[in-house]
Design a protein around this ligand. Structure first.
Ligand code: HEC
Ligand code: HEC
Length: 399
């Protein structure tokens, strides 16, 4: 047949092309189904995995057993090494965790302090002042005063931590110090208050620095006495020498100035009054009523102070946060017992003196010895020496 004729014949051409396509298709089908791999279903060219023959006994008892024992040894040795290492390192790990905890509490407490407290108590608790509105019993405006906020850098030497927590929770009613904790209606949770206490631990001064602060306050008092009674000495060295001489004498119980020395300790203004007694026992002391002249000046500026009865004269020890001290000698049978009380302060619910009941509000000035269950160290110092406490007791019993 002449190909040209075949090509010319369209029907035949289509038939031929179809035949070729079918032939190629068949070829591919056969190739893939019978030549390249694909096994017939049900045939077992390879054995199923569970029917593969395993090593024989010789092999099992030598190479494979040794391999298993070798690995067991390595793993047991690792466990044996790691366990003692774990126990050796565990205490350090626990301590680090606890320190990390303290560190976090401290830095969160520092942040809260910065936000909520430093405006009144100063940066790092050095003490400051708060503007405060005094009002009378009917809530009427009486005076606007500048109230000293004590330094907090020896607060843990005077109060125990539960007492500080109580102050933070409830504030000091009648003073600018607001309630911070939820129990007192404040905004802070128990944990935030705890963080503040942990922060306070970190800013406590050591004994030497505390002593310096206390003594600088007493010296300031003595300086006023020296300058007032010797208007003609002007040289600073001369004044300082006169102060030294005065203090050396006045601190002796036999001195004529012993009670004045006790009074200076009572009225100590260093640390915004933190180390003295007057801020809690003398009305108005924290806002400038530190002498008769100062009270007169305050009343001249705020005449309602007089009418309201809040402040009518300079009344040392007449009572404010703490009770009136006049008659305190009847509450303590001996000066020694009174000195003991000032040494360690009052405790909530514990009796003191002649069956009086403590609120925990009276700080201890002789150095705290109660156990502190804390991680790390907290510096706690003696605020007043036994001799200074004796002098202040003598002054109090003379009131
Ligand atoms: C509006 C001012 C103000 C703010 C804010 C304030 N305080 Fe006070 N705080 C005072 C004053 C004033 C006193 C002293 C009260 C007195 O004279 O009885 C005081 C007393 C204290 C005391 C008792 C100290 C002592 O030795 O008697 C502690 C502790 C204290 N504040 C901690 C704090 C902390 C912590 C904060 C922040 C959460 C704070 N305060 C915020 C004004 C303030
Ligand atoms: C933070 C306030 C505060 C300061 C500061 C303070 N006291 Fe007190 N004081 C009190 C409170 C509150 C009481 C009553 C006891 C109580 O409630 O637990 C008290 C009670 C006393 C009493 C017993 C009074 C009685 O008859 O019941 C004496 C004595 C006393 N204080 C002396 C001092 C001396 C001395 C100083 C200074 C070295 C001083 N106080 C500083 C708050 C204070």
């Amino acid at each position: 047949m002449n190909p040209i004729i075949i090509i010319a014949n369209t029907q035949r051409t289509i038939g031929l092309i179809l035949a070729i396509v079918v032939a190629i298709g068949m070829l591919i089908y056969l190739l893939f189904n019978f030549r390249i791999g694909k096994k017939e279903v049900g045939s077992e060219i390879d054995l199923a995995a569970n029917r593969v023959p395993y090593a024989d006994d010789d092999e099992l008892e030598t190479r494979i057993l040794d391999k298993a024992l070798g690995w067991s040894f390595v793993l047991i040795a690792a466990t044996a090494l790691v366990l003692p290492l774990y126990w050796l390192m565990e205490p350090a790990r626990q301590e680090n965790a606890a320190r990390g905890w303290v560190g976090r509490f401290e830095s969160r407490g520092a942040n809260s302090y910065e936000e909520a407290c430093s405006g009144c108590h100063g940066p790092n608790g050095v003490g400051g002042v708060a503007s405060f509105t005094l009002s009378d019993a009917d809530g009427q405006f009486v005076a606007q005063v500048q109230w000293k906020a004590p330094s907090l850098t020896s607060v843990l030497s005077r109060f125990d931590e539960s007492e500080v927590t109580h102050i933070l929770n409830y504030g000091r009613p009648g003073s600018p110090m607001p309630a911070w904790g939820l129990p007192g209606g404040g905004p802070m949770t128990e944990q935030q208050i705890h963080q503040l206490v942990v922060y306070l631990r970190s800013i406590q001064l050591d004994s030497e620095e505390t002593k310096k602060q206390v003594e600088s306050g007493i010296r300031d008092g003595a300086r006023r006495i020296i300058v007032d009674s010797n208007p003609n000495i002007e040289e600073i060295e001369e004044i300082e020498a006169a102060i030294d001489e005065w203090l050396d004498d006045a601190s002796l119980p036999s001195s004529n100035n012993y009670l004045t020395y006790g009074e200076l300790i009572f009225n100590n203004q260093s640390g915004q009054g933190a180390h003295g007694c007057a801020r809690c026992h003398t009305p108005g002391f924290s806002y400038g009523a530190t002498s008769s002249e100062n009270v007169d000046a305050l009343i001249a500026e705020w005449p309602k102070l007089l009418e309201s009865g809040i402040l009518n004269s300079y009344r040392p020890g007449a009572g404010h946060v703490g009770p009136s001290l006049s008659g305190a000698e009847t509450h303590f049978s001996t000066p020694e017992r009174q000195a003991d009380f000032i040494h360690s302060g009052s405790e909530l619910g514990a009796g003191y003196g002649n069956a009086r009941m403590g609120s925990g509000g009276m700080p201890g000035f002789g150095g705290r010895t109660d156990d502190l269950d804390v991680i790390g160290t907290v510096t706690r110092s003696r605020v007043l020496t036994p001799e200074q406490i004796d002098a202040v007791v003598a002054y109090e019993r003379s009131m």
